[in-house]
Design a binder for this molecule. Sequence first.
Ligand SMILES: [Fe+2]
Length: 296
Amino acid sequence: MNTVPNRVEHQTTDKGYVPIYTTNIVEQPWSSYGADDHAVWAALFERQERLLAGRASQVFVRNQRAMGMSPTRIPKFDDLNRALRGATGWEIIGVEGLLPELDFFEHLANRRFPVTWWIRRRDQLDYLAEPDLFHDLFGHVPLLMEPVFADYMQAYGRGGVKAHALGPDALVNLTRLYWYTVEFGLIREADGLRIYGAGILSSKGESIHCLDSAAPNRIGFDLERIMRTRYRIDSYQKTYFVIDSYEQLMNATYPDFTPIYARLAAQGAVPAGEVLETDAVFNRGTREGWSDEGDV
Ligand SMILES: [Fe+2]
């Protein structure tokens, strides 16, 4: 590849020491992808496609096919956008990497999903600390084809702009909602529990762990409960939250969150692995392999 991401600096955040990139929208440098880049895409795509059969939400699988994403080569954003605009009015935009929160929220609020243009190296197939093209495109974009989920993502962006104005505590609450739904959510479909969170869909290990392992808790979706729950960035999740439908997710965002944030401020956070008496428990985790420290 003859272009490198325009990384500005590293910054300490609630997610650790993370790279900060320029906030410009960048044209996808498609012709600069090398054979290696396309081969990494193909390897990851084929591996996840095999693994996710019977595990991923059927809505995800159907829409990934419908938008023409395939392992053959790294898709062109312009091609995907033709399908996406027609389905839900969303579009993907190229970015260098993680964006500052407000920029990210404003893109979502305007139905633009930022996708990192560069892809990981072959020696990083199993794990990468930051989102790359495979995570963003393979994991996040197919569900933007689904009208109800697409509306949820926009509502989340609008909520983010509001929370940003309210202050850091509101942002912490809202970030947990994104984490436990958009990144690590499970859904109950006709044939059983399925994955819709992009953080899982783009991870070989967690695709198996989240459904097959007895270690984690699997608990019914509850907006305020999620907003109180700390999470893991250095290991698989200790708790997954299960929605009944994408409508349930969308409906949960109709109320104004401002009074909810005020209520939650008085309640304190819940550790990532804790089960509450009020939880609808699908699976109470065995806690195998857990370390007590490390919740964020
Ligand atoms: Fe993500």
